[in-house]
Design a protein around this ligand. Structure first.
Ligand SMILES: [Zn+2]
Length: 50
């Protein structure tokens, strides 16, 4: 299980857990790695991993 790939949706009234299946974009920047997840509710959650 890759726990660092999981986060919780930012969407209103949505507490879905987002994982590898919802990951749509991965980008490495100077600030760290950014990951964008698209939830089934339509919200996109972006996380930064340092
Ligand atoms: Zn959601």
């Amino acid at each position: 299980m890759l726990e660092d790939l999981q986060c919780v949706c930012d969407g209103r009234n949505c507490q879905r857990t987002l994982g590898e299946n919802q990951l749509m974009l991965r980008m490495t920047t100077e600030a760290g790695e950014r990951r964008a997840y698209e939830c089934a509710c339509g919200a996109v959650t972006v996380t930064v991993v340092q």
